[in-house]
Design a protein around this ligand. Structure first.
Ligand code: HEM
Ligand code: HEM
Length: 150
């Protein structure tokens, strides 16, 4: 199936399913932006050697974990969606390239975040830089993704 506008019940379902990945990613990046904001508050408190605002660490963990998981699952949904509903080769777009780099950065931030959560303080710098870069790349990928929305 290459043309979601061709008509028929299967095609009209496909016409809706192409929106799953974009909507999924808007939610995922929203959570990651909240996580970054809380992370930067933690960073400022740490640099000033004062305790972070109450609840900031818990908020960071509560939004960052689902945020990163949604980004990584959404990253798999993207090329599947292209394979099923579109007429180009999966992973061949500029959006896919940016998305691939973003996904690696998000995975790295998540792994370093788990170390940090377990009390390994030397993961802090890497976690902060990976997380910040991941969000920037994720937003750049989003811009390149909106032009692909049918
Ligand atoms: C969108 C993804 C994420 C971003 C942008 C992000 C960003 C940050 C930033 C900027 C800091 C402050 C580091 C510093 O003090 O220099 C931080 C701290 C931290 N992050 Fe993340 N993070 C993300 C995901 C995660 C995940 C998935 C986890 C856990 C699995 C996690 C666990 C932590 C922990 C434990 C801290 C230290 C909290 C403290 O100071 O007590 N982060 N994060
Ligand atoms: C709001 C943000 C985003 C929008 C609007 C968006 C939009 C899209 C669209 C429309 C497609 C084509 C799928 C189809 O129509 O069947 C796509 C594919 C894809 N997206 Fe996104 N996307 C967004 C964020 C992301 C992010 C953050 C990543 C990576 C972490 C990502 C990774 C991918 C990948 C790998 C593909 C497959 C591309 C290909 O095979 O050429 N997307 N995206």
């Amino acid at each position: 199936m290459t043309d979601p506008t061709a008509g028929g019940p299967v095609d009209s379902l496909a016409r809706w399913l192409v929106y799953v990945h974009p909507i999924w990613m808007v939610m995922a990046l929203g959570l990651c932006l909240v996580a970054l904001r809380a992370g930067l508050a933690l960073r400022r408190a740490h640099a000033a050697k004062r305790p972070p605002p109450k609840g900031t660490r818990a908020l960071h963990l509560r939004v960052a974990k689902p945020g990163v998981l949604l980004v990584l699952t959404g990253f798999v949904l993207g090329p599947l969606s292209v394979a099923w509903f579109r007429d180009w080769t999966p992973m061949s777009s500029f959006h896919a390239l940016l998305g691939g780099v973003a996904a690696v950065l998000f995975a790295g931030a998540g792994l370093q975040g788990r170390r940090l959560e377990a009390g390994e303080g030397d993961a802090r710098r890497a976690h902060a830089w990976l997380g910040g870069a991941a969000v920037v790349l994720g937003l750049t990928a989003a811009i390149a993704g909106f032009v692909l929305v049918p």
